[in-house]
Design a protein around this ligand. Structure first.
Ligand SMILES: C[S@@+](CC[C@H](N)C(=O)[O-])C[C@H]1O[C@@H](n2cnc3c(N)ncnc32)[C@H](O)[C@@H]1O
Length: 341
C-alpha cells in the first residue's frame, strides 16, 4: 500500500508505516534538519511547505494519506484554546490538510494530533470526512499500550472504506528500566520537544517537566540529570543509531515531535488488517491475548510449585522465561502466519 506522509518530521510515523509494510511515495516536511534526517534514513523526503505543492498528479493513486498537522494551537503553552477563528491559518493545519485530502482522494486518510484537539476535530474535521468516506473513527491511544516505554497520548482520526478495529493494547507495559536502565518501573513520562537547558538546582525547571522530574530524579543515584538524545530516542522507540540531522536543539525537537514508531505501526497494522478483511481477528485479540496470558500465568505458577524432572531448581526462572517466550511466539505465528519479527 502506498503512503503520502504530510508533516513527516524526522519520520517517526514513517518508520511505523514502513514496519507495517507500507511504501512511501513522498514524505513532505519543511524543516531542513528533519528533511535531512528523512533523506539519511532512506525515505523519499520532499523538503517543502505542505501548502505549496501541487497534488493533482497524485489524485486516485494513494492508498494512505498520513498527516500530523501542526498542533501549537492546542499545546499547553497556548492553554489548549484551539485556533482563533478560521483565519488562524499559521497555527491550524487542519483546513489545508482537508483541502489536500479532497484533491488526492486517498483510499484511507489517517490524521494524528494532540488529544486536546479532539473537540475541534469532532466538530469540524469529522463532518467533512464523513462527506468523503463511509467510515470515520476517532481514537485516543497511549503509546505505552503499543510498545513504547513512554506515556504519550495521541488522537487519531481514521477515515476509509471499511470499519477498523482499534489496536489491542499490550498485555504488559514496558518501563523506563526495561528501555534505558533508569530505575523507574513505569513507562517514562512524555518525552518533551525542547533540548532541556535548565539548571538541575532550579526547581522551576523540574516543575516545567511535570512528573518527568520524578523519573529523572532517579536517573543517576538520586542525582537529577536530563535524558540524553539517545535515551529520548529509545523512549520514542526509534531504532538505535537513527540518523537525526542538525544541531543538538534540532535533533531533540525532532525526537520530541515524533509519533513513536511502534504506535504508528499499531495504527497502520489495524488499517491494513481492515483492508485485508481481518477485522474479526483484530476485534478478538484482546480476549485471545488475555486467555493466553492467563494460561501462561497458571503454567508458570505450576512450574514454580513443582519443577519438572530434570530442571535445576536454580534455573527455574530461566526455564520459565525461555518457555514463555516460545509459547508466545507459537501463538503469534498461529494468529499472524504471514508476519515476521
Ligand atoms: C508533530 S511534527 C510531525 C511528526 C512526524 N509525523 C513524526 O512522526 O516524526 C509536525 C511537523 O510538521 C512540520 N510542519 C509544520 N508546518 C508545516 C508545513 N506548512 N509544511 C511542511 N511541514 C510543516 C514541522 O516542521 C514538524 O516537523
Amino acid at each position: 500500500m502506498t503512503v503520502l506522509d504530510l508533516f513527516a518530521g524526522a519520520g517517526g510515523a514513517a518508520l511505523g508505516l514502513h514496519a507495517a509494510g507500507f511504501e512511501h511515495v513522498a514524505c513532505v516536511e519543511r524543516d531542513p534538519s528533519a528533511a535531512a534526517t528523512l533523506r539519511a534514513a532512506g525515505f523519499p523526503a520532499v523538503e517543502a511547505d505542505v501548502r505549496d505543492l501541487d497534488y493533482a498528479a497524485l489524485a486516485g493513486t494513494i492508498d494512505v494519506l498520513w498527516a500530523s498537522p501542526p498542533c501549537q494551537a492546542w499545546s499547553s503553552a497556548n492553554q489548549h484554546e484551539g485556533p482563533k477563528g478560521e483565519d488562524d491559518v499559521a497555527r491550524n493545519g487542519w483546513p489545508w490538510t482537508l483541502r489536500i485530502v479532497r484533491i488526492v482522494r486517498p483510499r484511507w486518510a489517517i490524521f494524528e494530533n494532540v488529544r486536546n484537539a479532539r473537540a475541534y476535530v469532532e466538530r469540524t474535521v469529522v463532518p467533512e470526512l464523513r462527506k468523503l468516506y463511509t467510515h470515520v473513527a476517532v481514537w485516543v491511544l497511549n503509546a505505552a499500550d503499543h510498545g513504547a516505554p513512554q506515556s504519550r497520548t495521541r488522537l487519531f482520526v481514521i477515515a476509509g472504506p471499511r470499519s477498523v478495529g482499534s489496536p489491542a493494547p499490550n498485555v504488559q507495559r514496558r518501563t523506563m528500566r526495561d528501555a534505558i536502565a533508569v530505575p523507574w518501573d513505569r513507562p517514562s513520562p512524555c518525552v518533551m520537544t525542547n533540548e532541556w537547558k535548565g539548571r538541575p538546582s532550579d526547581p522551576a525547571w523540574w516543575r516545567k517537566l511535570n512528573n518527568a522530574s520524578d523519573a529523572l530524579a532517579l536517573a543517576t543515584d538520586g542525582a537529577r540529570r536530563k535524558l540524553t538524545l539517545g535515551e529520548c530516542a529509545t523512549l520514542q522507540t526509534f531504532p538505535e543509531g537513527y540518523p537525526f540531522a542538525g544541531d543538538t536543539e534540532a535533533r531533540y525537537r525532532q525526537v520530541g515531535n515524533a509519533v513513536p514508531p511502534t504506535l504508528a505501526a499499531a495504527v497502520a497494522r489495524a488499517v491494513r488488517a481492515a483492508e485485508e478483511g481481518a477485522e474479526a481477528v483484530i476485534g478478538a485479540l484482546p480476549s485471545i491475548a488475555g486467555a493466553v496470558e492467563r494460561v501462561l500465568s497458571a503454567a508458570v505458577a505450576g512450574v514454580r510449585q513443582r519443577p519438572p524432572r530434570g530442571i535445576d531448581r536454580d534455573d527455574i526462572d530461566g526455564f520459565v522465561t525461555r518457555n514463555a517466550a516460545r509459547l508466545r511466539e507459537l501463538v503469534r505465528v498461529a494468529l499472524f502466519p504471514r508476519t515476521s519479527g
